[in-house]
Design a protein around this ligand. Structure first.
Ligand code: FE
Length: 131
C-alpha cells in the first residue's frame, strides 16, 4: 500500500454521516445488534467507510453472538493496523484502517480457528459490496 491518506476534518465530515464520524474519528461504538452487518451472511467485501479500502471479507466472517460484525482475519494484513487501547481498565487492542486511520473496532484473541482472532468491528464504518 502507498502513502497513507490524510483527510482534513472537512473531508471527513463530507464523507461520513454523523454516526459514522463518531465511530471512525471519535472511537465510538455502535450499540450491539443495531448495525447493518452483524447478521449479514451474503458473500462480498467490506470496505472502509472513510476511504474504500477492502478491510474484511465474508469469507472470514463468523457469528460471534456479540451483535457486531466479527471476522477471524482481515482481507489483507497490511490493510488494517492495531494500537494498544488503554481507555478502559482492561487493556484492549484497537483496530484501525491502515490507509485513512479510521477507528474500526477492537481485536480479541478468543476467535475461531484457524487464527483464534476476533476482529470485532462496527457496522457503521464498513460499506458492504455484494460479490
Ligand atoms: Fe480507510
Amino acid at each position: 500500500m502507498g502513502k497513507p491518506l490524510e483527510l482534513t476534518e472537512e473531508e471527513w465530515r463530507r464523507r461520513l454521516t454523523p454516526e459514522e464520524y463518531d465511530i471512525a474519528r471519535r472511537k465510538g461504538t455502535e450499540p450491539a445488534f443495531t448495525g447493518q452487518h452483524w447478521d449479514r451472511h451474503e458473500a462480498g467485501a467490506y470496505r472502509c467507510a472513510g476511504c474504500g479500502t477492502p478491510l474484511f471479507s465474508s469469507e472470514t466472517k463468523f457469528d460471534s453472538g456479540t451483535g457486531w460484525p466479527s471476522f477471524w482475519a482481515p482481507a489483507a494484513p497490511e490493510n488494517v493496523r492495531t494500537e494498544a487501547d488503554l481507555s478502559l481498565a482492561r487493556k484492549r487492542t484497537e483496530v484501525l484502517c491502515s490507509n485513512c486511520g479510521a477507528h474500526l473496532g477492537h481485536l480479541f484473541e478468543d476467535g475461531p480457528q484457524p487464527t483464534g482472532q476476533r476482529y470485532c468491528i462496527n457496522s457503521a464504518v464498513l460499506k458492504f459490496e455484494k460479490m
